[in-house]
Design a protein around this ligand. Structure first.
Ligand code: NFS
Length: 686
């Protein structure tokens, strides 16, 4: 009877006329600090097309999931253990059906995020290693080994000899193809070797390696550490948050010092090591009278070929034959960063601008591979003439208007030409009025371990001597790595830019990757001229002297491995302690959203870096576990997590940490002296 009543109620409720509610839409100015983005959000709203910004208004996040305390690892749940106000009053008695505590649930969820992130970066690395193997075996003719020096530099890390001794004692160079083949095999084995540990771990400063060894977190092989996370977090396995995060650390290290580092290195070998170059950034790089091809995703394997195809005379002539003036390439997300770093192809925007590039009405093709790709691109593309092309075997979309051209390294150029031709032939099909925002900025990108050595190295002394010397004398207060995504739950680019500006204002040099790099480029922070406007006097002086921007763009998110190695070089150059955790340095992801960011954060923390995240933190419902991440991990690895959504406070937490490290090194006095020098100088000029 009770059932019947309930049913009747539902039926009645269904028949009642619903009040028409206007769909919630975003306030363009509240959604982004960037004018081009604001214009395009408004444009989309005029056209009746929803974007991520509107959807973030219409749907709020789950209040339990956001705390990290919802367990759906078995079908007795989901068990929800939100932290309520009264929970802190007495003993924490929250538990799931099986008895799992909030700490266990949050730790399991946290390390599953690490598994997702490490898998994404590392599978990307594996894809590159497979192409490298095909090249080494002579099976792929469209790619070549572009940077032999880089190959020779990394070979010893895999235990591969670069010279050979003849019987009469002569030392001869080994054949490059032979070296490549051996490196390719050893690199591919890193994903599944049965014994030992990852080769690149020994590239870390010795004391750090010893810490990992003592803590028992040296990753054995990449796949194993990720699989083990899935096993341990299965119902009824690992139920100790400390032991769970230990496995999370292993997998994260397998990402940063494994999959990501291998990806970066082999990409450099195949496509060239980046060196500083000039480009532009933001939606304003698109051109109404050109064929616009936007490349979005993460692997540079396909995009390298598309760049080559689009720059060929044959394709440029073809574009002209359909009435276009040429072909304009643009990037979104990290594939954008890859082709920016090596070819100067300008990024059209960050992660949150992907839909907006299509809404310009001038995007003739958007080519996507893997990661950070919105499924809603297909719905947006449907409203325009844009061809949305998926290219990766593991990343397809269900919508019918999406074209799938599976990319294969064995006929790479052929595939790339097919895609470029498709875009050219689509130029004449533009139907909507084109509206490209004018906004764009100039940038200098393409930094890396090698180019920092060139710009900030010493002539006679250690490699990073000039950088270290300026840190010791206090002109540069410290180093910050500011990286990561955008998140539609916070104003687009606001935290990125506020934090970076606050850091450079306080003489902290910034190394950037990922969408933070693109955000900084869009705001014009990646030019040497920026230094005089935004930097403190010490950093401004250094930038002016050596001609670099105060924010150095180091590439995509897998290129965070470049930051690890740059930090290692700083340690090696001397005078700033023996380990990464001794350096006056800090890390930040102001607007993170991806599981990859959590993996990156964990490997930075485990490498000794104080790492602050903005927006939200996925363990807030489990204070004991969170305290372990925020305070206890430092005792093991020298680095720790922190969370601060307010951008100014966020920057000052990093600066306070940098100052603490300066004091521990005994170089805080030198900094005071420099400040006095500046004051004196100002008095003189007054
Ligand atoms: Ni990184 Fe690159 Fe951007 Fe975040 Fe996505 S593009 S790999 S995950 S959103 S920085």
């Amino acid at each position: 009877m009770a059932e019947e009543t309930k049913l009747k109620k539902v039926v009645v409720a269904d028949k009642e006329p619903k009040a028409e509610k206007a769909a919630k839409v975003a306030d363009p100015v509240g959604a982004s600090i960037d004018i081009a983005t604001q214009q395009m959000i408004k444009r989309a709203q005029e056209l009746g097309i929803d974007t991520v910004f509107d959807r973030a208004e219409a749907m709020k996040p789950c209040n339990i999931g956001i705390q990290g305390t919802c367990c759906k690892n078995c079908a007795m749940g989901p068990c929800r253990l939100p932290l309520t106000k009264s929970a802190g009053d007495g003993p924490d008695e929250r538990k799931g059906l099986c008895g799992a505590t909030a700490n266990t649930i949050a730790a399991r969820n946290f390390i599953r995020m690490i598994a997702g992130g490490a898998a994404a970066h590392s599978d990307h690395g594996r894809g590159v290693a497979e192409v490298f193997m095909a090249v080494a075996q002579g099976e792929s003719h469209d790619y070549k080994i572009k940077d032999v020096n880089k190959l020779l530099a990394i070979a010893p890390h895999y235990g591969v000899e670069t010279t050979v001794k003849t019987e009469d004692g002569q030392v001869l160079d080994r054949d490059v193809n032979e070296i490549a083949l051996e490196v390719a095999q050893k690199a591919l084995d890193e994903w599944g070797k049965a014994e030992g540990e990852l080769f690149y771990l020994k590239r870390a400063p010795q004391p750090l390696y010893e810490k990992w060894k003592k803590a028992g977190v040296l990753p054995r092989n990449i796949d194993r550490e990720i699989v083990e996370i899935m096993h341990r977090t299965h119902m009824g396995v690992d139920q100790d948050y400390k032991n769970l995060i230990k496995q999370g650390t292993r997998a994260a290290l397998a990402d940063g010092w494994g999959g990501s580092m291998i990806a970066t290195d082999l990409q450099d070998v195949l496509f060239g090591t980046p060196y500083p170059l000039q480009s532009e950034a933001n939606l304003g790089i698109m051109k109404e009278d050109h064929v616009n091809i936007i490349i979005h995703g993460h692997e540079p394997i396909l995009s390298e070929m598309i760049v080559a195809a689009a720059q060929s005379q044959e394709m440029i002539d073809y574009a002209k034959s359909v009435g276009a003036k040429g072909i304009q390439l643009g990037g979104i997300c990290c594939t954008g960063n890859e082709i920016l770093q090596r070819h100067g192809v300008p990024p059209a925007g960050t992660y949150l601008q992907q839909e907006l590039a299509i809404i310009t009405g001038a995007c003739d093709a958007m080519v996507v591979d893997i990661q950070c790709v919105f499924q809603n691109l297909a719905n947006v593309a449907k409203c325009f003439h844009t061809k949305l092309i998926t290219t990766h075997r593991i990343a397809r979309m269900e919508q019918e208007n999406v074209i799938h051209i599976e990319f294969d390294e064995h006929h790479a150029m052929e595939d790339a030409q097919r895609i470029v031709k498709m875009a050219i032939e689509n130029f004449k099909n533009r139907k909507a009025e084109v509206m490209i925002p004018r906004t764009k900025a100039t940038q200098i990108a393409g930094f890396g371990v090698e180019s920092i050595r060139y710009h900030l190295g010493g002539t006679f002394r250690g490699d990073y001597y000039t950088l270290n010397d300026n840190i010791i004398n206090g002109r540069i207060r410290g180093i910050a790595g500011v990286v990561g995504c955008n998140n539609a739950r916070t104003r687009h680019n606001e935290a990125h830019i506020t934090i970076v500006k606050e850091l450079i204002k306080n003489d902290v040099i910034v190394l950037t990757t990922g969408c933070n790099g693109i955000a900084c480029a869009m705001e014009g922070l990646l030019t040497p001229e920026t230094a005089a406007v935004f930097c403190g006097p010490g950093l401004a002086e250094v930038c002016e002297t050596v001609g670099i921007p105060p924010v150095l763009h180091m590439g995509s998110c897998v290129d965070n491995s470049r930051i690890l190695l740059a930090a290692t070089e700083v340690v090696k150059a001397g005078g700033l302690g023996n380990d990464i955790c001794d350096l006056p340095a800090a890390g930040s992801a102001p607007e993170w959203m991806s599981e990859k960011a959590i993996s990156i954060g964990q490997y930075f923390v485990a490498s000794g870096v104080y790492t602050v995240f903005g927006v939200t933190f996925p363990t807030s419902g489990a204070p004991v576990f969170q305290n372990y991440l925020f305070n206890e991990l430092e005792k093991i690895y020298g680095g720790k997590w922190d969370f601060e959504p307010d951008p100014i406070k966020h920057a000052h937490k990093m600066i306070a940490h940098i100052d603490k490290k300066r004091k521990a090194l005994g170089i805080d006095k030198a900094r005071e002296r420099v400040l006095m020098d500046m004051a004196d100088r100002m008095k003189l000029s007054a």
